[in-house]
Design a binder for this molecule. Structure first.
Ligand code: AMP
Length: 302
């Protein structure tokens, strides 16, 4: 089993969906990712929180064996994101982003993190993704996520990161925005031209499209969930399940491994969306995942 280093946001989110509202609930790409990936492998977090970050929220990750040596606490407030979902809920409308302690974050990797073989650059300003990646000695497999904000205001840095990774995981709308493509199929092929060996486009209830230079397209639907309570973190959970699965396998990931990893990520994400914040994900066990995987096989088999 290999170690996974993740850099991403640790946040308090205020979220409104047709099912209700939560204020300053635990969120952030690194939190969702770590909770998901730690079901399979050892996770190391690089990030920053403010003085308001609650003890219970550290403990949640620690209870999953997550290494928090690279998580800094500084004076100021934790990153805060406010979002709203309407209609089919496949896309969040950002109402407010307060970078707070992330504004002056200068990640410095603990020595013990520098030999990590798997690296996931979760959604965070691309300059920070680069800074972290440059400090890892010889990573075996690197992935990244991003979002519309960075495509808009940090495009040049984002393209630099894309050249250095094995896989990009990205939302459908963002993939189209990044490439100017009219649909996810076209966007997938265009993203691979930007550098990565493979791309996974996340399509909410419609599942995912993976495209690799080696084997072309791999497309599957999501596990059918009739009541989505809060889709926040589905993408990061997908990435956590994807990376966790790969890190739990021997050797350098093949395209076939990545296909299985997509299925694991997708099924885990179907748990996350059944409650607000990290509530459902934090309760999900490997046995729950296996059970749903078996049900999923029936859904996609004739
Ligand atoms: P997703 O998996 O795409 O739904 O990611 C949701 C998480 O991303 C939320 O918990 C937010 O705290 C976090 N987030 C939102 N905007 C940003 C941003 N600009 N930088 C880093 N993290 C963000």
């Amino acid at each position: 089993m290999s170690d996974i280093l993740v850099v991403g946001s640790l946040a308090y989110d205020s979220i409104e969906t047709p099912s209700g509202k939560v204020d300053r609930a635990l969120g952030g790409s690194a939190n969702y990712f770590s909770l998901a990936a730690s079901l399979f492998a050892k996770v190391r977090v690089v990030g920053v929180v403010g003085e308001d970050y609650e003890e219970a929220d550290y403990k949640l990750l620690q209870s999953r064996g997550v290494d928090l040596e690279g998580l800094e606490k500084v004076s100021g407030k934790t990153f805060h994101w406010e979002g709203k979902y309407e209609g089919d809920m496949n896309e969040a409308k950002t109402l407010r982003t307060e970078l707070n302690v992330f504004e002056h974050f200068n990640p410095k990797l603990p020595e013990s993190y520098k030999n990590s073989s798997f690296v996931f650059l979760a959604n965070i300003v691309p300059a920070l993704q680069l800074e972290v990646l440059n400090q890892v000695k010889n990573p075996q497999f690197v992935g990244m996520d991003t979002m519309n904000l960075w495509i808009d205001i940090a495009n040049a840095d984002l393209l630099k990161v894309m050249k250095k990774v094995d896989v990009v995981l990205i939302n459908e709308t963002e993939a189209e925005m990044l490439t100017g493509a009219g649909n996810a199929i076209e966007a997938a092929a265009k993203i691979v031209e930007l550098g990565p060996k493979a791309v996974v486009i996340k399509r909410g209830e419609y599942g995912f499209i993976m495209f690799s230079k080696e084997e072309g397209y791999f497309v599957l639907p999501a596990f059918p969930i009739s009541k989505v309570t809060d889709p926040t973190g589905a993408g990061d959970t997908f990435a956590g399940g994807f990376f966790g699965y790969l890190a739990s396998r021997p050797g350098k990931p093949t395209v076939k491994d990545m296909k299985q990893a997509c299925i694991h990520g997708s099924i885990l994400a179907s748990h996350t969306i059944q409650d607000f914040s990290v509530k459902a994900l934090a309760k999900t066990t490997l046995a729950d995942l296996e059970k749903r995987l078996a049900e999923y096989k029936k859904v996609i088999t004739v």
